[in-house]
Design a protein around this ligand. Structure first.
Ligand code: 5GP
Length: 194
């Protein structure tokens, strides 16, 4: 996605060799036009998969997940990180270790919204070591639903999440793949530049 690459080069802040900050258009302020384009692209890539639900993790995955769900004309579900009083006992839960916050948390999805008849597309903002994706995958498995694939806005290809998931024959589609953040500079994976 050329627009996304340009936006990252223009506004992304390289915080370290491992972390990219994109608060100006995805993780704090949201650029609705760019995120809508992300949704259109994910929907196009997975259009023949008869998806029934888009699943993400709060909060940064919600915007691209909703835009994708809108295009696919299906509901979006976000796994919650805190069990709210309104979320009943009837939940799937899984553990996730946060790459950016360096802490473990439990995520929850109500059983009401996911079951064995669903064909699920997981969407997330970043793929680093694959912990968030694996926790969502675990929830899809608990529901007995079918995982169609995973759509990632920004994959950091130098971390091992992508290979961890693809090794399990999971279809992972990333809108951009970053090869390195070394020396404060974003370098994209060549494939993504085609
Ligand atoms: P993983 O679970 O794959 O190790 O990390 C993915 C999650 O951590 C994403 O949901 C995202 O919120 C966060 N994350 C990982 N790497 C980055 C990064 O470089 N920048 C930002 N802003 N978030 C990241």
């Amino acid at each position: 996605m050329k627009h996304l690459e340009e936006k990252i080069l223009k506004e992304g802040l390289v915080l370290s060799d491992q972390v990219l900050k994109v608060d100006s258009f995805l993780n704090h302020q949201i650029d609705p036009f760019l995120v809508k384009e992300m949704g259109e692209e994910f929907a196009k890539r997975f259009q023949n998969e008869s998806i029934t639900k888009v699943l993400t993790l709060e909060s940064s995955g919600i915007a691209p997940a909703v835009m994708t769900a809108l295009e696919l004309k299906v509901p979006a579900i976000f796994a919650r990180k805190n069990k709210s009083l309104t979320l009943s006992e009837n939940v799937y839960l899984s553990e996730v270790y946060s790459f950016t916050k360096r802490e473990k948390s439990t995520i929850y999805v109500s059983k009401k919204y996911l079951n064995e008849s669903d064909r699920v597309l997981i969407i997330d903002d970043f793929l680093a070591n694959g912990q968030a994706a694996c926790a969502l995958l675990d929830i899809v498995k608990q529901a007995g639903a079918h995982l169609v694939g995973i759509g990632i806005v920004i994959e950091k290809a130098f971390q091992n999440g992508g290979s961890l998931l693809r090794k399990q024959n999971i279809r992972v589609e990333s809108l951009v793949r970053i090869q390195s953040l070394e020396n404060g500079k974003v370098r994209f994976h060549e494939e993504a530049l085609l």
